[in-house]
Ligand binder design. Structure first.
Ligand code: HEC
Ligand code: HEC
Length: 337
């Protein structure tokens, strides 16, 4: 029991620290926020943050070498495995870290907090039990529009060692607050690419470029600002191609100077910019083996066939509420049979 109490005290201490810090700001808006801050038992209100790279075990420690190399591969994927990679050339020039921020440790930054604790797990997309290796390769083949790593390669072992190390203190089977991507509230209309274009021009283009192609880094091995569409971007089988994933990621993390407690754009703007970016051209992928049970498709999966009668367009842009409602009823009927 002791470690848990200790943990809670620490969190309570952190909350109290934050309280003092915020109480210092003599502003009514700040004071409103202070009231909502958790003062005791904060474990379910303060999101998980992964350990910083400075805490990685020394190179000579058991696993130390692998964990370090895994951290390198996640944060500088392109340098090692991009089009001009020093180890292999199997991916599109992006880094895992472009979407799994701070090497997979940032709260609501699509972090890896729930990976060690929940894999292997059944996933509807493949209809199989998936190992961490399989899930990592999914991102290589989709998000990095590339090729899978051999499961026995030094690189895969290192990536898995790093991800397991990040999540080693997360209780088996649990999913900490702030892991992965935040689920935003659905709009009660379809997300609108035209409105999204305005958001893009005002909040995104200055880094990702007017044409969304990003900005290459001076050494030509990767990107200063990664591309959002076009031949070097994620393909249509990637998680971010679903509007809910894109919107949830961008709302809390873009421009890349913001975080979950001080977003720059509204949730509505996040949905609309998702609609705009995901209407632009990008690489395709053979998805015929995905979702063997079509009733398991998420509401915003943009490719039919579906178990319901909603159109591909509505599945892509929304409104999602009626689809979610249909799914709930359908699941209830199935269960009562
Ligand atoms: C273009 C963005 C992007 C890039 C680049 C990317 N990923 Fe992902 N990754 C995602 C999204 C989106 C998800 C799904 C998150 C969700 O549905 O909550 C995901 C999920 C994962 C998961 C499962 C997380 C979980 O909690 O179940 C792992 C593991 C993972 N990625 C590893 C990697 C690795 C390793 C790389 C680099 C080789 C990588 N990803 C590159 C977007 C990306
Ligand atoms: C100040 C510069 C800046 C602005 C403005 C900005 N981004 Fe980014 N964006 C970045 C950087 C840098 C990364 C990569 C983060 C990393 O590797 O740590 C990134 C990554 C991304 C990614 C994941 C990687 C990819 O290329 O698919 C998406 C999606 C994204 N940004 C969307 C947006 C959207 C939408 C906006 C506007 C609402 C926006 N960004 C505004 C700098 C910016």
């Amino acid at each position: 029991m002791l470690p848990i109490i200790h943990h809670r005290l620490l969190l309570a201490g952190m909350a109290a620290g934050l309280f003092l810090l915020m109480a210092g700001c003599n502003d009514t808006v700040e004071k409103e926020n202070v009231k909502q801050l958790p003062l005791v038992s904060a474990s379910d209100t303060i999101p998980w943050r992964g350990p910083a790279s400075t805490q990685i075990p020394v190179y000579s420690a058991e696993n130390g070498k692998d964990i370090w190399y895994g951290y390198e591969l996640i944060s500088k994927t392109s340098y090692y495995l991009g089009p001009n990679g020093t180890v292999n050339q199997i991916s599109n020039g992006m880094n895992c870290q472009n979407c799994h921020l701070d090497a997979g440790t940032k709260p609501f930054g699509n972090n890896y907090g729930a990976v060690a604790s929940t894999y292997p797990k059944f996933r509807e997309r493949s209809g199989t039990m998936e190992s961490i290796e399989k899930r990592v390769n999914d991102c290589f083949e989709r998000s990095l529009n590339g090729k899978a790593l051999d499961s026995n390669s030094r690189e895969m072992k290192a990536i898995v060692a790093y991800i397991n190390w990040l999540g080693r203190k997360v209780e088996k089977g649990s999913k900490p607050l702030g892991s992965g991507i935040m689920e935003l509230k659905f709009l009660d209309r379809a997300a609108d690419p035209v409105k999204g274009k305005t958001v893009f021009t005002g909040h995104c283009a200055r880094c990702h470029g007017d044409d969304g192609q990003g900005l290459k880094s001076p050494d030509g091995k990767g990107y200063e600002f990664p591309p959002l569409w076009g031949p070097h971007s994620y393909n249509a089988g990637a998680g971010l191609f679903r509007l809910s994933r894109f919107a949830g990621y961008v709302y809390n993390n873009m421009p890349n100077t913001v975080s979950w407690h001080n977003p720059e754009i509204t949730q509505e703007q996040a949905w609309d910019v998702a609609a705009f970016v995901n209407s632009q051209p990008r690489p395709s992928k053979d998805l015929t083996k995905d979702w063997p049970d079509i009733s398991g498709k998420p509401v915003d999966h943009p490719f039919g066939p579906y178990a319901d009668t909603f159109s591909e367009k509505q599945h892509k842009y929304g409104p999602y509420g009626p689809i979610a409602e249909w799914k709930k009823e359908h699941a209830a009927k199935k269960a009562s049979k």
